[in-house]
Design a protein around this ligand. Sequence first.
Ligand SMILES: [Zn+2]
Length: 212
Amino acid sequence: MWTVKVIGFSVLAASVSVELLNWLRRRYKARKTLNEVIFFPSELGCVEHLLRPSLPYPCYCALPHGVETSLSRLLRHILSASSSLDLCVFSFSNMDLCRAVLALHQKGVIIRVLSDKQYIAISGSQIGPLRQAGICVRSDVGSVYMHHKFALVDGSILITGSLNWTLTAVQGNMENLIVTMEPELVRPYIQEFNRLWEINDPLKHPNSVQAF
Ligand SMILES: [Zn+2]
């Protein structure tokens, strides 16, 4: 009798283990296979439903509604952040992208922004509003351009390419982005972001001006 019970339990345990392994394999594969390419300029389309999902009435702006655009695809990836967003971008003046970052900040997502010290102060830069909202922004202290354009969502999604976070780049230029969760690609970007974040700590450079 006990032998039958032991065999039955062993079969059950083996079955559960196989199912668990299959589930983990599917989950890992699903996460690892997020590879997407987004080209710009973006088609025109309203993104209010992404930026203000709780809007109690339909949006009546003049832009097309219900269309998926390059900008809406980018916004979906950024807004998927649940714990952190690390942004390393040469120029940041796009108001829709700024609103997305502010929305994440209001949700409690930890945000770090690293930008170029010259472009941080250009007309229309959204770095000032980010700082005023309490988001930690650092500008590079080096003598060359901080020319990167990449973002890390939750430390697991890399968004990188030629796109600056500007209206001109989003709506006017031919640009490209790759969105990926490939660990071999994500990991070096995390390391580079952390390296740049540390060496541009304003406490280590008390004489540098962290301009708005
Ligand atoms: Zn609209």
